[in-house]
Design a protein around this ligand. Structure first.
Ligand SMILES: Nc1ncnc2c1ncn2[C@@H]1O[C@H](COP(=O)(O)OS(=O)(=O)O)[C@@H](OP(=O)(O)O)[C@H]1O
Ligand SMILES: Nc1ncnc2c1ncn2[C@@H]1O[C@H](COP(=O)(O)OP(=O)(O)O)[C@@H](O)[C@H]1O
Length: 205
């Protein structure tokens, strides 16, 4: 992919600030970033959390493969370079949601530490909350679940560069939260995220 640097471009500030939008919505935008193997439970937890937050009158939006890899990132595959660009763009999109005052729930394998750390740094640069949640299951559990039948195909050599089988997954070293979805119920996972958001002042106690 040819990289074009942004030159001769000036940021144009508006009169309505992020703080104004947060005040209007009565909430603070933040990114909750789920990472883990395919089949670890990222989407399942994000869907349940979305419902729990919405029930608390919070404006929340999920970013996942369906609305990203089928749309804005449909030109990207699964090489390390394409995954990096996938995650960079998703990081930028999540930031737009946070700037709008929304709680963004992002569920991507995001297997490389440097890619996730870049997104973390992008948020820090703009003074935005970034909560990394590692959905941690042994490969054997994810493979046994195989909700989309992809592990079977990967083992048969039909999917190259499949995370956990023929491609690496670099576990987070200091995530804000670890959810062992093979040892916790879905309800316990949602409660754990909500408790953390309360602790961080993103949700009222
Ligand atoms: N080679 C390979 N490796 C891993 N996953 C693969 C691959 N090919 C297709 N899939 C399916 O695509 C989903 C992963 O896409 P992501 O955008 O989350 O990947 S990444 O963050 O860019 O690594 C992943 O979705 P989830 O199962 O929801 O995690 C898979 O269903
Ligand atoms: N405690 C749990 N948390 C999340 N998912 C679970 C749990 N127990 C079983 N599962 C199952 O594991 C699978 C996880 O799939 P999915 O959420 O699509 O994973 P991912 O988005 O990480 O690929 C689903 O079939 C889900 O029902």
């Amino acid at each position: 992919m040819t990289e074009q640097k942004a030159t001769n471009i000036t940021w144009h500030d508006g009169d309505v600030t992020r703080a104004d939008r947060n005040k209007l919505l009565g909430q603070k935008g933040a990114t909750i970033w789920f990472t883990g193997l395919s089949g670890s439970g990222k989407s399942t937890v994000a869907v349940a959390l979305e419902q729990a937050l919405f029930a608390r009158n919070k404006l929340v939006y999920r970013l996942d493969g369906d609305n990203v890899r089928h749309g804005i990132n449909k030109n990207l595959g699964f090489s390390a370079e394409d995954r990096a660009e996938n995650i960079r763009r998703i990081g930028e999109i999540a930031k737009l949601f946070v700037d709008a005052g929304v709680i963004a729930l992002s569920s991507f394998v995001s297997p490389y530490r440097t890619d996730r750390d870049l997104v973390r740094a992008m948020h820090a640069e703009s003074d935005m909350d970034f909560i990394e949640v590692y959905v941690d299951v042994p490969l054997a559990v994810a493979e046994e679940r195989d909700p989309k039948g992809l592990y079977k195909k990967a083992r048969a050599g039909e999917i190259p560069n499949f995370t956990g089988i023929s491609d690496p997954y670099e576990a987070p070293e200091t995530p804000e939260l670890v959810l062992k979805s093979h040892e916790m119920s879905l309800e316990e996972e949602v409660d754990a995220v909500i408790a953390l958001l309360q602790q961080r002042g993103i949700l009222p106690a």
